[in-house]
Design a protein around this ligand. Structure first.
Ligand code: HEM
Length: 196
């Protein structure tokens, strides 16, 4: 994103990692749970990806973004799904999820696609976890809790890119027009929308 002077800036990824971990409850114990099941889960992740894109294709608002791109998207998506189980959830992972969020911003994907998409992926992942470990309720609970935190973490970071794009749009407007932030805030607060 660009700051008020037009310089390109990136967040502090160490700090963003801490922030996102606290909100998602992602602990080292949960990372280890994900790692411990990765070999058994990995062969089933292709089905999760296929089902995710089938579901996307059934949503009229989403389908148009996928035209002609499905094969490539499935591959990058599968790579990411594997990384969910391997981690590590450090500043490099955070930066890569921030960049993935940014790519979605650049192709004008609505922000709600991020939470909707993660919800659908969680549904698919929970299905395979129940198939694999359903008879051991404690293990199943621990894995699902770890997946919930890992995907919550990823979603949190992707959404930061969307926030940054809103700030960027305002900063560009101020730079192009030469308007001060104070004047913009004054005009904005004195603007009264007409009731429908
Ligand atoms: C919510 C979870 C999602 C994840 C984790 C995810 C993951 C990814 C990844 C890893 C990439 C590639 C980034 C790169 O090139 O480095 C990507 C690109 C993309 N994704 Fe997603 N995605 C998600 C949701 C969606 C949804 C819901 C749609 C649309 C229905 C979508 C459409 C796209 C498009 C159009 C691109 C850009 C393709 C291009 O390079 O032109 N994604 N996504």
């Amino acid at each position: 994103m660009i700051d008020k002077k037009g310089n390109i800036i990136k967040p502090d990824f160490i700090e963003l990692t801490r922030y996102a971990k606290q909100f998602s409850g992602l602990t080292i114990e949960k990372e280890n749970v994900l790692l411990s099941v990765k070999d058994e889960v990995a062969p089933l992740l292709g089905t999760v990806t296929d089902n995710f894109y089938d579901a996307m294709n059934d949503i009229p608002e989403a389908a148009s973004y996928l035209e002609g791109r499905i094969t490539g998207l499935k591959q990058t998506h599968l790579n990411w799904m594997n990384s969910v189980f391997t981690g590590p959830y450090n500043e490099e992972y955070t930066e890569s999820m921030y960049d993935v969020g940014d790519i979605h911003v650049r192709v004008n994907l609505p922000v709600e696609f991020m939470s909707g998409g993660v919800t659908l992926i969680c549904n698919e992942l929970y299905k395979i976890i129940f198939e694999l470990y359903g008879e051991d309720s404690v293990k199943t609970h621990n894995i699902i809790s770890a997946i919930n935190s890992a995907l919550g973490f990823s979603l949190f970071v992707m959404q930061k890119s969307y926030n940054a794009s809103v700030d960027e749009a305002l900063n560009k407007f101020l730079l192009i027009t030469g308007m001060s932030e104070a004047l913009f805030a004054k005009l904005s607060s004195s603007f009264n929308a007409t009731k429908p």
